[in-house]
Design a protein around this ligand. Sequence first.
Ligand code: GLA
Length: 375
Amino acid sequence: MIVTRPPMGWNSWNTFAANIDETLIKQIADKMVDEGYLDCGYEYLVIDDCWSEHQRDERGRLVPDHVKFPNGMKALADYVHSKGLKFGIYSCVGNYTCAGYPASFEYEFIDAEIFAEWGIDYLKLDYCYKPQSEEGAKLYRRMGLALANCGRDIVLSACSWGADETHRWIKSTGSHLWRSTGDIFDNFESVKTLYNIQKGIFEYNGQGCFNDMDMLIVGMSGKGHVGCENCCTTEEYRTHFSIWSFFGSPLMIGSDIRNQTPETKAILQNKEVIAVDQDAAYRQPYLLMSNPSGADVWVRHMENGDILFGFFNMGDHEVGFPISFTDLGLNRSTGVVLKLRDLWKGEELGTFEDIFVTGVPAHTSKLIRAKLIKK
Ligand code: GLA
């Protein structure tokens, strides 16, 4: 199975942690469809940690928590599928999940079989309680093989947080996406940290195995489980979403979509920005300019021939950027001018020759898409 676009969906962890049950998951499934998320591409509904009983059954099989999921996972998967969505679940390569539930170490083939039986489409596989003597690469490879042989297409979402130089071996495991960073928290410092880590490993991202910058915090606003001393402003959430989309990260919503503000929805459902994330080519971005205060300009060439500019100001002061088209290889001799569109404003900015100058206020971003026009 080959995954050609960064997966998109919703994951229970950021907001609900252990407080998950069948009613909640069904409500989320309904909202993903009724509120237009599925239409935008958010198709995976993923239950994170804390879904099982603390003991396997007598045949060594994982058992869904009887109180939280009284009808079991097959029935819930059927419901999720009936909505046109795909269904995801969670385990770990170690002996226990991060929250202390039974996990897949040396049960990989049994677990893959039951996940297939339940109709699971996506497995997030975490890295907690890994026996020290075991190599992480080997354990992800073992689950990769178990899934590839289970008779069902199941996306493998590795979650080793970039540990043990994950980027060096993850593509050998059969994982389709891999957490390239530690856990996200609901504040701008955390977004900045994950961005800085990504700057060191973005070259590894690409079709088949995407760098996963972690679940989105857009719209959490203090309501979740991932901390909030200085939760992000709407503008900062927009910057976070711009960065994830620019770098082609999977987009897994972490906030409660049952009660979203119009501002949050407008960020998560901006189709032009999502199209950036989902661009069919996923060409490697390159860094065009940087300002020492923490502001960068990146460029990505899009599948249809457009050029995309990502302006990310992580610093505390406004920065002005003069973009010389010569630096893009578009010397005057090419006879090319650029017709620019601001994707967040949804506005045409006009046609520019030789240079484009723009200011980027602190903590904000701009995504500007350019069409190449022959003069
Ligand atoms: C780890 C992962 C998180 C989440 C929790 C669940 O911290 O990185 O994304 O899955 O475990 O316990």
